[in-house]
Design a protein around this ligand. Sequence first.
Ligand SMILES: Cc1ncc(COP(=O)(O)O)c(C=O)c1O
Length: 388
Amino acid sequence: MTQQPQNKPQNPNFSSGPCAKPPGWSRDWLENALLGRSHRSKPGKMLLKQATEKTHALLGLPEDYRLAIVPASDTGAFEMAMWSLLGARGVDVLAWESFGSGWVKDIVNHLKLEDVRTFEADYGLLPDLTQIDFARDVIFTANGTTSGVRVPNYDWIPSKRDGLVFADATSAVFAQSIDWLKTDVVTFSWQKVLGGEAAHGMLILSPDAVARLETYEPAWPLPKLFRMTKKGKLDAALFEGATINTPSMLCVEDYLAALAWVERVGGLDGLMARADKNARLIWDWIDRTAWVANLAVEPETRSNTSICLKIVDPDIAARSDDAKADFAKKMVSLLEQHEVAFDIGAYRDAPSGLRIWVGGTIESDDIAALLPWLDWAFETAKTDTQKA
Ligand SMILES: Cc1ncc(COP(=O)(O)O)c(C=O)c1O
């Protein structure tokens, strides 16, 4: 029987969103927040502009790509893009986990687009990327947060294409290299890789996406929250921090503090290296541990942010789906009771198991401290459920 480990992670927050705050974060980081002032005041506008400009620079976006802060987090950003831009041509939509499936539902059931091809794969797999037609608009999720499966690269997307490419990249931006020139719409939120606060989304548009906005009007009405043009032209102020409605200046301060931390740890490269190092620790542990496997089947598709684990121990794997889910829940609750790991159960729609966030705000020492606890929780849950 594995002994209960002594050493605990200093920060037990391994949730896949909102994710752990940057190491060293404290409420002092918010001390200078512009509270009780208008976001349209001179300092308010300056801070919002700073948030967009710093993000643009840190991500290394092409100069002619635009970036806006928009309402309702990643969902808001992605839906405003789909509602504003889709319908001009046919759409190929890819899905391999819960969030991607949500975009399929939006397109098929709600936007009710007629010319849609869907390419879906089970949890753990990717659809066949060679089947995608880039004369059409293309929708995909860069990193499937609920299956831990990412696109391996952007080589499957041609540089010259007639359609627009939309990537929901909320759990990829600031952790994975994104070939911006292969994408036209990219979204993410502050609460993921940067450990920021929820409710604010980021929308990145290529010049081709802007051209579509200025030349195409969807057949359906657009709520004010989705409108990015004024009199048929791009609302340029929106892409300089003049948000559509009121943002939280407390969250803006927190986001700026997270960006300053990114600079301190080596910028985008530093942050990507942190996620890679963390992921490697878990992958190596999986390789030497018989009871567990990565839900992502192909090594090049393994996420370096949301790692999903399935329990493959023959005794547990032979149990019913409900019993397997109960077993994983038992492990999660043991780890929570010992304040070793919070929020690491698989997503509600995903196969049962564990999901551990390893993006750049996580310290690799904390991953190293967590791993023996995972073995201990597995052994303990197994012994308990065998006795029951
Ligand atoms: C891939 C993906 N898309 C969309 C969302 C929804 O994000 P939000 O709640 O920030 O809108 C999530 C959240 O986990 C996600 O992982």
